[in-house]
Design a binder for this molecule. Structure first.
Ligand code: NDP
Length: 390
């Protein structure tokens, strides 16, 4: 039996992970499940999978969770320290699927105890790539990518030498607004940004796909995970979302990973690695699909891509600044306080202000400095938004 924990079990990735694990329950001993506000889902999955402990991130929801699991024998806990305790419980495999920078500390705790960490939480590598990789190296833990693009690159690299890689091409669906006239983007509503043409995902990542902030995070994640230079990383709009990434080698060969837009492939690959097991995903009928199309991304439509390139070149703690400001701008867009295009302007302005304060971005990277930077970036984003509004 493999001991597994799922951080962010109630979310889109968490539920897909549970879907796979619940198909062969005898193979898994579920240690910890964590969630946020969705207490009903958390309690029901903890019972179904007979978890040792269920944890909500919100201290004020502890009583609700306790009530929901009364008499089950499942331990309950709440709050950020409890999340880290849950992630530190000995497990062989941990899914990191909390959304946002909040996923960083629990993921690091799981790596410290030596678990294989299946990393969906891309923000961990964006904010603290060097720290995450160093933690894994020290404990001997394995870090496996779950983002579909990075899983695709990982798979294309099996048996290959990274030194023979000339470029990595990350595909992008183009999101909800890829075919909108540029002039209309300013008026894009929350409902319009929250609907993805191909993938069913959580609301935040769906909006980030429309703005391409998601792709921006993925470019940075690619640099951190695979250790290649920003100039070797490209992105291309591929509306069908069937090719997830391509790896170009120095002999001119391009290896593409092709599959249906179903996160259970990348999750299942990480769950079964280094084996491949049968997965309940669609088998593509290429004759029916007929054609795959590509177009160059338009920087005017997707300013987030340019910002990502600046961050990759800048390094240091700029990824934490970028992500913290982006998360805050996204909160404001979801609360209808700023417009769709304002998000990139806010992030740009926060990056500029950080750069003007000597030493901030170049401070040594520790969990503490990353979380401080994240906090400062959010505060600065609030200030920028208040100034723009006034
Ligand atoms: P969801 O919003 O669907 O789920 C997020 C999970 O995190 C939920 O369990 C939620 O709890 C929990 N959560 C929310 N806020 C906090 C917090 N402050 N502290 C602790 N837990 C919290 O997100 P997704 O599943 O879509 O995405 C999860 C991660 O995976 C993200 O980093 C995303 O970028 C990445 N990813 C997602 C993909 C997808 O297809 N969805 C694809 C590739 C990567 P609750 O809902 O109970 O409040």
């Amino acid at each position: 039996m493999r001991r597994v924990s799922i951080l962010g079990a109630t979310g889109s990735i968490g539920q897909n992970t549970i879907d796979l694990i619940a198909r062969t329950p005898d193979e898994f001993d579920v240690v910890a499940l964590t969630g946020g506000h969705n207490i009903k889902q958390l309690a029901s999955d903890a019972c179904r999978l007979n978890a040792d402990v269920a944890v909500t991130a919100h201290a004020d929801r502890l009583d609700d969770l306790r009530d929901a699991l009364q008499g089950s024998g499942i331990a309950v806990a709440a709050g950020s320290a409890a999340l880290i305790e849950a992630a530190s419980r000995p497990a062989d495999w941990v899914m990191s699927a909390i959304v946002g920078a909040a996923g960083l500390a629990p993921g690091i705790a799981a790596l410290e105890q030596g678990a294989t960490l299946a990393l969906a939480n891309k923000e961990s590598l964006v904010c603290a790539g060097a720290l995450v990789l160093e933690t894994a190296r020290k404990s001997g833990a394995r870090l496996l990518p779950v983002d579909s693009e990075h899983s695709a690159v990982f798979q294309a690299l099996i048996g290959e030498n990274i030194d023979a890689v000339e470029r990595i091409i990350i595909t992008a669906s183009g999101g909800a607004f890829r075919d909108w006239p540029l002039a209309d983007l300013k008026k894009a509503t929350l409902a319009e940004a929250s609907s993805h043409p191909n993938w069913a995902m959580g609301q935040r990542i769906t909006i980030d796909s429309a703005s391409m902030f998601n792709k921006a995070l993925e470019l940075i994640e690619t640099k951190e995970y695979f250790g290649i230079s920003p100039e070797q990383i490209e992105t291309i709009v591929h509306p069908e979302s069937l090719i997830h990434a391509l790896v170009g080698f120095r002999d001119g060969a391009l290896m593409a990973h092709v599959g249906p837009p179903d996160m259970r492939h990348a999750i299942g690959f990480a769950l079964n690695w280094p084996e491949r097991q049968t997965l309940p995903v669609e088998r593509l009928d290429l004759a029916r699909i007929g054609q795959l199309t590509f177009r160059a991304p338009d920087d005017a439509r997707y300013p987030a891509l340019r910002l990502a390139r600046d961050v990759m070149r800048r390094g240091g703690l700029s990824g934490a600044v970028f992500n913290g400001a982006k998360e805050r701008a996204l909160d404001a867009f979801i609360d209808r306080r700023i417009g769709f295009l304002d998000m990139a302007d806010v992030v740009q302005e926060v990056l500029t202000r950080f750069e003007a304060q000597a030493g901030l971005i170049d401070a040594a990277m520790t969990l503490e400095t990353v979380m401080q930077t994240d906090h400062l970036a959010r505060t600065m984003a609030d200030t920028v938004m208040a100034q723009r509004a006034g």
